[in-house]
Design a protein. Structure first.
Length: 276
C-alpha cells in the first residue's frame, strides 16, 4: 500500500481507478494475507452486530478476488462482488463458481453496475473509502442502497499500534484525526477493534509485510514481530500481529428526512413514504 496508499487522492473522472499496489500485483501473497487476517473472527462479529446480512442482498465493493464473498453467501439472500481489475474478477468468479447466489461484476466504486435501490448492505473492506476524495463512491453507495440499508466500511486504524505505526512511517502526511472527522461529518458511526493476524511461518509473515510496506519499514516490522513472538513463533502457534481496525457504518434513512435534520442524528425526524 505504501506506493499509492491512503492520501485521499482524487481520480480525474468517475471511471478512473487507482491501482491497488498489493493485490493487483501480488494476488497469491495477498491470499496469504487474507487467510492470516482476523483469525478469531472479531471483524465479522462486529459486522454482524452493526448490520446483519442474513436473508439480505449484499454488495461487496472492491471485492478483489472474492475472498469474502462465500462468507456473506452463507446467510445472505444474494451477493454481488464488484471489482475493477479484470484478472481479479476472473479469480473471484472461479472462487464462487459453485455458489448460485453469488455474482461477480466488473465495475468501480464510482460506477457500480447495478440498479438503484437494489442492495440492503454495501460492504467495502480496505478498498477505496480512505477519507476525503471518496465522496463519489459514497454517493454511488447511497444510490444502490435501499431505504433502511447500510454502508459498512472496514478500514485499518492508522492510530493503532504496532501496525498503525508502521503505516504512519510510510505515510507521514496521513492524518488519522482528519480522516475520522471526515467520516463523522459524513454521518458514520465508528467502532474500533483489534484483530489478530496469524501466520504459520516467518516466510509468510515476511512476504505479506513486504507487499504492504516500503522495504525499510517492512524490515523493521518483520524484526519487531519476530522479536515479540520468538524466532520460531509463540508456543508453536505461529506468528501473531495485533492489527487495529475501524468499522464505519452509515444507515440510509427508511423514510423521508425533514429539512434541517441529519439522517445520522438520533434526534432526526423521518416520515414514512406511506404516511407522507
Amino acid at each position: 500500500m505504501w506506493k499509492i496508499a491512503r492520501r485521499g487522492q482524487r481520480t480525474t473522472s468517475r471511471a478512473d481507478v487507482l491501482p491497488s499496489p498489493n493485490i493487483w500485483y501480488y494476488p497469491d501473497t495477498y491470499e496469504l494475507e487474507n487467510r492470516a487476517q482476523d483469525v478469531d473472527g472479531d471483524i465479522w462479529r462486529v459486522l454482524a452486530e452493526e448490520c446483519s446480512w442474513q436473508g439480505k442482498d449484499v454488495l461487496d465493493v472492491g471485492c478483489g478476488d472474492g475472498f469474502h464473498l462465500p462468507r456473506f453467501a452463507g446467510t445472505a439472500r444474494s451477493v454481488i462482488g464488484v471489482e475493477p481489475h479484470e484478472p481479479l474478477v476472473r479469480r473471484a468468479e472461479r472462487r464462487v463458481a459453485g455458489l448460485s447466489s453469488v455474482r461477480v461484476l466488473r465495475g468501480s466504486a464510482q460506477l457500480i453496475p447495478v440498479p438503484d435501490a437494489s442492495a440492503d448492505v454495501v460492504h467495502a473492506r480496505t478498498a477505496y473509502f480512505f477519507g476525503p476524495g471518496c465522496e463519489p463512491g459514497l454517493r454511488e453507495a447511497d444510490r444502490v442502497l435501499r431505504p433502511g440499508g447500510a454502508l459498512v466500511i472496514v478500514d485499518l486504524d492508522v492510530s493503532s499500534e504496532p501496525y498503525g505505526r508502521w503505516m504512519r512511517a510510510d505515510l507521514p502526511d496521513y492524518d488519522p484525526a482528519a480522516v475520522d472527522a471526515f467520516f463523522a461529518g459524513q454521518g458514520f458511526r465508528c467502532r474500533r477493534l483489534t484483530a489478530q493476524w496469524r501466520f504459520a511461518d516467518s516466510e509468510s509473515l515476511a512476504a505479506v509485510l513486504r507487499i504492504e510496506f516500503s522495504p525499510e519499514v517492512a524490515d523493521r516490522a518483520i524484526e519487531e514481530v519476530l522479536r515479540d513472538n520468538g524466532s520460531r513463533g509463540r508456543h508453536g502457534a505461529g506468528f501473531t500481529v495485533p492489527v487495529g481496525y475501524r468499522v464505519l457504518v452509515r444507515d440510509k434513512p427508511a423514510g423521508l428526512v425533514l429539512p434541517g435534520h441529519s439522517s445520522s442524528s438520533s434526534s432526526s425526524v423521518s416520515i414514512s413514504p406511506s404516511t407522507a
